[in-house]
Design a protein around this ligand. Sequence first.
Ligand SMILES: *[C@@H]1O[C@H](CO)[C@@H](O)[C@H](O)[C@H]1NC(C)=O
Ligand SMILES: *[C@@H]1O[C@H](CO)[C@@H](O)[C@H](O)[C@H]1NC(C)=O
Ligand SMILES: *[C@@H]1O[C@H](CO)[C@@H](O)[C@H](O)[C@H]1NC(C)=O
Ligand SMILES: *[C@@H]1O[C@H](CO)[C@@H](O)[C@H](O)[C@H]1NC(C)=O
Ligand SMILES: *[C@@H]1O[C@H](CO)[C@@H](O)[C@H](O)[C@H]1NC(C)=O
Ligand SMILES: *[C@@H]1O[C@H](CO)[C@@H](O)[C@H](O)[C@H]1NC(C)=O
Ligand SMILES: *[C@@H]1O[C@H](CO)[C@@H](O)[C@H](O)[C@H]1NC(C)=O
Ligand SMILES: *[C@@H]1O[C@H](CO)[C@@H](O)[C@H](O)[C@H]1NC(C)=O
Ligand SMILES: *[C@@H]1O[C@H](CO)[C@@H](O)[C@H](O)[C@H]1NC(C)=O
Ligand SMILES: *[C@@H]1O[C@H](CO)[C@@H](O)[C@H](O)[C@H]1NC(C)=O
Ligand SMILES: *[C@@H]1O[C@H](CO)[C@@H](O)[C@H](O)[C@H]1NC(C)=O
Ligand SMILES: [Ca+2]
Length: 545
Amino acid sequence: MGSNRSFLPILSRCLLICVTLWSEPSSGLSSKSPRRPNIVLILTDDLDIALGGLTPLPKTRKLIGDAGMSFSNAFVASPLCCPSRASILTGKYPHNHHVINNTLEGNCSSKAWQKSEEAGTFPALLRTRAGYQTFFAGKYLNQYGRSEAGGVEHVPPGWSYWVGLEKNSKYYNYTLSVNGKAENHGADYGKDYLTDVLANRSLDFLQYKSNYMPFFMMVSIPAPHSPWTAAPQYQNSFNTTKAPRDPNFNVHGKDKHWLIRQAKTPMSNSSVQFLDDAFRKRWRTLLSVDDLVEKIVKSLEVRGELDNTYVFFTSDNGYHTGQFSLPLDKRQLYEFDIRVPLMVRGPNIKPNQTSRMLVANVDLGPTILDIAGHDVNKTNMDGMSFLPVMEGKVNSSSWRTDILVEYEGEGSPVSDPACPLLGPGVSECFPDCVCEDSYNNTYACVRTVALSTDLQYCEFDDNEVFVEVYNVTADPYQLTNIAKTIDQEVLEKMNHRLMMLQSCSGQTCRTPGVYDTRYKFDPRQMFPSNSWPPSRLRQKNFLRS
Ligand SMILES: *[C@@H]1O[C@H](CO)[C@@H](O)[C@H](O)[C@H]1NC(C)=O
Ligand SMILES: *[C@@H]1O[C@H](CO)[C@@H](O)[C@H](O)[C@H]1NC(C)=O
Ligand SMILES: *[C@@H]1O[C@H](CO)[C@@H](O)[C@H](O)[C@H]1NC(C)=O
Ligand SMILES: *[C@@H]1O[C@H](CO)[C@@H](O)[C@H](O)[C@H]1NC(C)=O
Ligand SMILES: *[C@@H]1O[C@H](CO)[C@@H](O)[C@H](O)[C@H]1NC(C)=O
Ligand SMILES: *[C@@H]1O[C@H](CO)[C@@H](O)[C@H](O)[C@H]1NC(C)=O
Ligand SMILES: *[C@@H]1O[C@H](CO)[C@@H](O)[C@H](O)[C@H]1NC(C)=O
Ligand SMILES: *[C@@H]1O[C@H](CO)[C@@H](O)[C@H](O)[C@H]1NC(C)=O
Ligand SMILES: *[C@@H]1O[C@H](CO)[C@@H](O)[C@H](O)[C@H]1NC(C)=O
Ligand SMILES: *[C@@H]1O[C@H](CO)[C@@H](O)[C@H](O)[C@H]1NC(C)=O
Ligand SMILES: *[C@@H]1O[C@H](CO)[C@@H](O)[C@H](O)[C@H]1NC(C)=O
Ligand SMILES: [Ca+2]
């Protein structure tokens, strides 16, 4: 179990074929035209930026961040694994890719997703339209490998080499689909620790790939997602570290939506102990991620390929531990959950830069296709390429000023037996029966970052049609909801903009936002037919008109 044996022959076979194909004397591609750059995307799982998530990753910060650009305003379109990963792969907001939660019924790796979206993902376009060889290793979509959705035999279109983890995040005792064949792993560190297995498979790919085609490599590491199992050599690291006691730690969010208001403040000592312990364990798992990044970058360097390779490092959502007295999770609209790390190095990116430009995970596909020379306008992706930002070709007065965040709450149709006082409709009620999610934790937000404005506007699809607004410039910890005090005209415009974005598709998702000098208020677009979830503010007469 856990040997490289089943993987290597496949690569070596291809190598032979590729060498045979490309050694024809007439094909002088490699010697004449400069080759398209290679691209590596390293995706972590549940890695925050707001709580210092990059601290345990010094090598990653040095090798990627210091060597290129760090984005200080990078967000996800949805703070939950499956919808976020679907946004990365498709370049679309959730209302356009229809992956709404982590279950098959919510389209996570479902047959419907496979039929409608999978063949249009950016890796598939890289392979079929842009002449890239593509390699995937790690966690894909949470329900990947379920027998109802084709089992591990299903290899998503777009991947020349596929090492996909069956189902959700694990560190030991898991199954990989190696090009459609199940490979079972146990719990022997030297053979099975998943972060290290992914590093080794990535290095194998770099060694055995064809040298006559550019490559795209996506390494999707389950760390630092639960169950937070560290490598043996890191089990005692950070043993005095605690979750940061930021201004919103263990504070009751009394002006916030229903789910936040039900949290117990102060948290019980056992909850605090549990979240501090989880915080340390998360950081320990990241030490192996830091090793993985170093191995990949060094291998590219040794092969002489680093200068022609873009390396992206990011996460599928943030995380919180104790903020607004919520013990630990990621499904909230606040900065700690929607803001993620993003660092990129590559040709034409100057070292040691930080960009304030607003980018989202729906932009990763368009940016990578742009690098590969594929015209993003020929796709119907909602995001936009930020390659011009990295190359220093745009300034903040001409860049986009807002993005959309959409989340559909997960609940349970029955009461949790461990928390008999709670009715049905809620979920993630551990520890201490504080629920982190519910069906009505369903919201959509416009996140604005413009020259002089840093603002969040959110509407809930719950019984209260609750609205939350934060001036992130004045209130970075989002302690004060200004929905009731902010200028009515601003509210009205934000409500309109949200409805627009919730029904946008492709180019219309990239129209000027409220704080863009090119913005135009167009009341005719107040009632789009297919917004998701429907904005009900008007019906509630929340806004004067
Ligand atoms: C699942 O995806 C299909 C295809 O896009 C869509 O028709 C369906 O409504 C989606 N299901 C849910 C629950 O959104
Ligand atoms: C892995 O599975 C074995 C056998 O079922 C079990 O004894 C062991 O505790 C598991 N280890 C982990 C880390 O899950
Ligand atoms: C990864 O490769 C190294 C070097 O060959 C080896 O020592 C290590 O045991 C491998 N780890 C896993 C988990 O396969
Ligand atoms: C923490 O780690 C240090 C260094 O490894 C060790 O000396 C110390 O005993 C550890 N403390 C605890 C509480 O485990
Ligand atoms: C909880 O912890 C605080 C601070 O460490 C302590 O003062 C308090 O007595 C503890 N409460 C209980 C019920 O143990
Ligand atoms: C980036 O900045 C750091 C700290 O200022 C410095 O040590 C490093 O040499 C710089 N790196 C590059 C590639 O310029
Ligand atoms: C893509 O479309 C945008 C907006 O219509 C346009 O500004 C841009 O030049 C187009 N890009 C290409 C490569 O045609
Ligand atoms: C920003 O870019 C626009 C268009 O490219 C240009 O007109 C404007 O002068 C630039 N502004 C600054 C401050 O550089
Ligand atoms: C996921 O979404 C589907 C479709 O709306 C729904 O039937 C299911 O109950 C949701 N699952 C959870 C856990 O909320
Ligand atoms: C949200 O759902 C829960 C559980 O179903 C319910 O108790 C609560 O009243 C709802 N709150 C709002 C604001 O809709
Ligand atoms: C946000 O706060 C800043 C600093 O206090 C203030 O200048 C700005 O006008 C506020 N913006 C909004 C939209 O309230
Ligand atoms: Ca995640």
